[in-house]
Design a protein around this ligand. Structure first.
Ligand code: G16
Length: 543
């Protein structure tokens, strides 16, 4: 094998965020940039000779080029086989499924998730370990440290490998196996959900609309909803993956999935709507003219899990990220199962699932999942809802409102202030942090602050500690405001303000969240001095 060792400079900006390294495409196109990060991964994980790697991405611009580079580097670094999704495409949950099913030595996933793509958009890369989940902090830190000092990388000199046809190719002694990951993933879904019951639902007068947002789930949706579940073809939209996602922002929320939102709030709306993001791990659930918050969706899935085939034996426990509402906590309490509160980022759920302490987990950022893989899983959540709907035969709105009647409603909203100057955003956080002691005991109308803290987390399995994971302002009545800097943006800084108030009064369940939380919103702006420090007082996205 003709291995070349290429000398290059180190890059000190390769710090993986909440979900891997994300930068503008142009940054990744700098000479040696991608190669340095990939070599830093390989050096940090100590690849056993002849190991198998999983490789694929969400199909965004630069996916194919990056895959060819990584294949040649994998061959030079001693891998014996690489499983690649057909055409270089793997959704993030499908990658996790493939790593687990074929027991590969981890995988590399190319995606910037919900961030826009195209030549001027974002690109990203992350490493998932053998359990199929995102690498824990100790590995991502090691990769980052390596990337600051690395001097050279290994690559072979060979022509590109054909990736469009299923089959096997030899690359300087390493096998490149192009696989049908859509089939692998669809089989896993069929083992968890009652496809016959969903088929019956979809052949009744029930209508659904799934929006793949021109991202990676298109082919998976076609195979599952249309081919296997027999839904009419108009049940799916934007299902052709495009390198720039059709110019859209593939983030399934009320702002960016506006095409679907207009349909679901319009005349002749279908009964059920759903969307998923760039790499297929996020989901948004909608009923006719009705939005289900991700926090409520998690709670509802947990409450109804036993009626679904793959979870019929019951769930071991649940976990949610700290800013996610406490709705699932209520369900856990009534089921008498443990409920864990972790920092934002899917990687924090992995240890709990590996130790069988948790079956279901979720985040307010449109992520829901279970121990069937080690990533959040957009289509899985959609199928879970369809399975519940197939059994209950009630509307989405009725199901959610009945859930609130039983457990109470956690009124919830997230306000995002995107693309802020970095210094101003850090200033807001520092200002709050420095004022904790003055805030405690302060009253604002009917709200009084009880405590403030900087969330830190100790992993009960491996004892690792993660600090500075978001600022919590807790009120005496159980309401809370959380402030957090996003870890996934690539331009400027994003402040997220999470607002939550528990509402046991069923007469108030119909209130719009923005109205119910109006006072809290004002308190958040006041105590953070957001307007004075950033010049903004209106969020760019409200969910
Ligand atoms: C990533 C992580 C999620 C996390 C989210 C937070 O999502 O995988 O676990 O909740 O980031 O984003 P932010 O730091 O911007 O609030 P994804 O879908 O981008 O991989």
């Amino acid at each position: 094998m003709n291995v070349q060792t290429i000398t290059s400079q180190a890059f000190s900006d390769q710090k993986p965020g909440t979900s891997g390294l994300r930068k503008k495409v142009a940054v990744f196109q700098q000479p040696h940039y991608l190669e340095n990060f990939v070599q830093s991964i390989f050096d940090s994980i100590r690849v056993p000779q002849g190991a198998t790697l999983t490789l694929g991405g969400d199909g965004r611009y630069y996916n194919r080029e990056a895959i060819q580079t990584i294949l040649k580097m994998a061959a030079a670094n001693g891998f014996g086989r690489v499983l690649v999704g057909q055409a270089g495409i793997l959704s993030t949950p499908a990658a996790s499924c493939v790593i687990r099913k074929y027991k590969t030595f981890g995988g590399i996933i190319l995606s910037a998730s919900h961030n826009p793509g195209g030549v001027d958009g974002d690109f990203g890369i992350k490493y998932n370990t053998e359990n199929g989940g995102p690498a824990p902090e100790k590995i991502t830190e090691a990769i980052f440290e390596k990337s600051k000092t690395i001097q050279n990388y290994k690559i072979i000199d060979a022509p590109d490998v054909a990736l469009d046809v299923i089959g096997e190719t030899d690359l300087a002694g390493m096998k490149v196996q192009v696989i049908d990951a859509v089939a692998d993933y669809a089989e896993l879904m069929e083992s968890l959900f009652d496809f016959n019951a969903i088929k019956d639902l979809l052949s009744s007068d029930f209508r659904m609309k799934f929006d793949a947002m021109h991202a990676v789930t298109g082919p998976y949706a076609q195979e599952i909803f249309i081919n296997r579940l027999g839904a009419p073809s108009e049940s799916i939209m934007n299902c052709i993956p495009l390198p720039d996602f059709g110019g859209g922002h593939p983030d399934p929320n009320l702002t960016y999935a506006h095409e679907l939102v207009e349909i679901i709030y319009g005349e002749h709306a279908p009964d059920f709507g759903a969307a998923s993001d760039g790499d297929g791990d996020r989901n948004m659930i909608l009923g006719k003219g009705f939005f289900v918050t991700p926090s409520d969706s998690l709670a509802l899935i947990a409450a109804n899990a036993k009626m679904v085939k793959g979870y019929a034996k019951g769930i071991a426990g649940v976990a949610r990220s700290m800013p996610t509402s406490g709705a699932v906590d209520m369900v856990a309490k009534s089921l008498d199962i443990p409920c864990f509160e972790t920092p934002t980022g899917w990687k924090f759920f992995g240890n709990l699932m590996d130790a069988d302490q948790v079956t279901l987990c979720g985040e307010e950022s449109f992520g829901t999942g279970s121990s069937h893989v080690r990533e959040k899983d957009g289509l899985w959540a959609v199928l879970f809802w369809l399975n519940i709907l197939a059994i209950k035969r009630q509307s989405v709105e009725q199901i959610v409102k009945r859930h609130w009647l039983q457990f109470g409603r956690n009124v919830y909203s997230r306000h995002d202030y995107e693309d802020l100057p970095l210094e101003a955003a850090n200033g807001v956080v520092e200002h709050l942090r420095n004022n904790f002691s003055e805030l405690v005991g302060k009253s604002f109308g009917r709200y009084t602050i009880q405590t403030c803290d900087d969330f830190s987390y100790t992993d009960s399995i491996d004892g690792s500690v993660s600090t500075k994971q978001g600022l919590r302002v807790l009120f005496t009545d159980g309401s809370r405001i959380v402030f957090r800097l996003s870890g996934t943006g690539t331009s400027g800084a994003t402040i997220r303000i999470y607002l939550e108030a528990f509402e046991p009064d069923t007469n108030k369940h119909d209130l719009d969240a923005q109205i119910a939380l109006a006072e809290m919103i004002q308190i958040a702006l006041q105590i953070s001095e957001l307007k004075q420090r950033t010049g903004r007082d209106t969020p760019t996205v409200i969910t």
